[in-house]
Structure formats: C-alpha cells, structure tokens
Design a binder for this molecule. Structure first.
Ligand SMILES: CC(=O)SCCNC(=O)CCNC(=O)[C@H](O)C(C)(C)COP(=O)(O)OP(=O)(O)OC[C@H]1O[C@@H](n2cnc3c(N)ncnc32)[C@H](O)[C@@H]1OP(=O)(O)O
Ligand SMILES: Cc1cn([C@H]2C[C@H](O)[C@@H](COP(=O)(O)OP(=O)(O)O[C@H]3O[C@H](C)[C@H](N)[C@H](O)[C@H]3O)O2)c(=O)[nH]c1=O
Length: 229
C-alpha cells in the first residue's frame, strides 16, 4: 500500500450458493469496524470478491479501487407504500407447469445484470434468472411467483418475498408493456397480507424499470455500487 492509500476493514464471507451455482470460488466483503485490514493476500484466497457499497461512501470507493476492485454495476433501491387502492381483483399464481416458459422468459429478458461477462460466463446471467424464477414458483427462494396471462400466453411475472410482518420485496419482475399491471399485482399481494411497504431494486442502467417503479408510486431509498476484484 502507498502512504496515501485508504485502509479498508472488512471480512470476506464465502458466497456458498453462488459458488455452487456458478462453479466459482467467490466471496463478498462485510464491512465491520473490528474486521481486519483488507490486504491483497487475504483477497487472493478467492478468485472473485464482490463488494456492495453505498454511493456516498466515496472514501471506501477509493480504498477498494486501490485494492484493485473495478466498478461492475450500480443498483437503485426503491420502496412504495402499499396503501388500500385496488387494481386487480384476483392474483394468478404460477404453477410447476409454467416453469419451462418462465425459465425461458427470464433467461432472455434480464439483459442488465451484475452477473455479466467478463466477470461471469456469457450464459451465467440468463441461467441465474431462470433458476431464480423457478425457485420462486417452488417457493424455495422468493415465496411466490405471480403471472399475468392473455389466454394461455404468459405476458409477465413478478416474484414476491415477504421480509417481515410489514414489508415485502419484489425479486424479479418482467413483462414488456405490462409493468403497471405487474406492480398492481404485487401491491395486491401485499394488501392481502396486511403489509405496508413494498421494496424493489434494479440496476442503475435499467431506466425502463426505474421509470416504471416511480410511476407506480415508488420512491428512491438508496443507491449502491457493485465492485468486483
Ligand atoms: C426487480 C427487477 O426484476 S428489475 C428488472 C426489471 N425487468 C426488466 O428489466 C425486464 C425487461 N423489461 C420489462 O420487462 C419491462 O420493460 C418493465 C417491466 C421494466 C417495464 O414495463 P412497462 O412499464 O410496461 O414499460 P415497457 O415495457 O413498455 O417499457 C418502456 C419503454 O422502455 C423500453 N425498454 C424496456 N426495456 C428495455 C430494454 N432492456 N432496452 C431498451 N429499451 C427497453 C420499451 O421498449 C418501451 O419503449 P417505448 O415506450 O418506446 O415503447
Ligand atoms: C436464485 C437464488 C439466488 N440466491 C442468491 C444469489 C445472490 O447472492 C443473491 C441475489 O443477489 P442480488 O444482488 O439480488 O442479484 P441481482 O443483482 O441479480 O438482483 C437485482 O437485479 C435483479 C434483476 C432484480 N431486480 C433483483 O431484485 C435485484 O436485487 O441471492 C440464493 O441464495 N438462492 C437462490 O435460489
């Protein structure tokens, strides 16, 4: 380290689910005051180390870049008050029979991702979102997957996770031209559970999604950078 370098204190947590899924050896930084000083030898124990920092943490940004971290993507976190207004009268839950179509849709439609090349293999990102939506239908990651259909054709889907007795988070949401209906569907899902806050995150580059969430009543809560080394 040079004399004007910024010290970074963090421990590295192994990303077990990701390591198994992507067949990599990756970890993520957990910033804690009593964590050791991060050094190149500590980082070298992993082939990939991720860091997510709030965009206002500019000193930390400098310190991470001095350690060789590179900017990969930005993330915007939003939240909306669920309220009481009603849009759809019923919800349609995806079933096991919908999984092949949903997997195919998810693999193709999420074009912006931090699981992108050259950090990950070109097909990794599509496979990841396909697995995510399948796990939502099965209730093994997100809790449920709601779909919008026109006849037999799935037009869009939104996966939902209840975080606690007050809040839920959208996992994945997709459907060109039906974003507003999907947001109403997500809102109704929250109303039916008596939840007050619906959270959602997207990539900073995803202006269509950002516009949709804001038009549907969400406000920006925080912004973050993803860096990898
Ligand atoms: C929680 C999360 O999952 S975040 C990720 C959100 N999902 C995605 O990005 C999947 C791809 N996008 C979509 O499914 C939808 O565009 C949504 C859900 C983001 C927004 O849906 P809607 O509000 O109905 O907006 P719509 O799909 O009409 O898009 C708005 C405009 O952005 C354009 N647009 C949307 N996505 C993209 C894209 N990836 N690249 C370029 N243009 C795009 C549309 O063509 C449209 O342009 P137009 O108004 O000139 O026709
Ligand atoms: C399917 C699945 C995933 N996980 C793990 C794997 C990862 O460590 C996390 C998910 O990470 P996240 O930071 O949420 O991933 P993304 O950056 O791709 O997600 C953002 O963009 C998406 C398009 C979407 N908008 C999402 O809401 C955003 O957060 O979970 C796991 O442990 N088990 C699983 O089954």
């Amino acid at each position: 380290m040079t004399s004007n370098s910024v010290p970074v204190h963090a421990r590295i947590e192994s990303l077990d689910w990701e390591n198994q899924f992507f067949a990599v050896n990756s970890g993520i930084l957990r910033f804690e005051d009593d964590a050791p000083l991060l050094t190149p030898p500590l980082l070298a124990a992993f082939t990939r180390v991720q860091a997510k920092i709030a965009t206002q943490q500019t000193l930390l940004l400098d310190g991470l870049q001095q350690l060789g971290f590179k900017l990969v993507e930005g993330e915007v976190d939003l939240a909306l008050k669920v309220g009481t207004q009603h849009a759809p009268s019923s919800l349609q839950l995806a079933t096991d029979a919908d999984i092949p179509v949903l997997r195919d849709l998810a693999a193709k439609i999420f074009t912006q991702s931090r699981f992108r090349a050259p950090w990950y293999q070109p097909a990794d990102s599509g496979n990841f979102y396909a697995q995510w939506v399948e796990n939502a239908v099965l209730g093994t990651f997100d809790h449920e997957c709601l779909i919008l259909k026109n006849g037999d054709v799935i037009q869009g889907f939104v996966s939902m996770r209840q975080l606690n007795e007050r809040e839920a988070r959208i996992g994945l949401l997709a459907g060109r031209g039906v974003g507003a209906e999907l947001m109403d569907t997500a809102r109704l899902w929250c109303q039916q559970r008596g939840l007050q806050t619906l959270r959602v995150a997207t990539q900073t580059s995803n202006t269509a999604a950002l516009r949709r969430y804001i038009q549907s009543g969400a406000n920006i809560e925080s912004t973050a950078f993803w860096l990898y080394r």
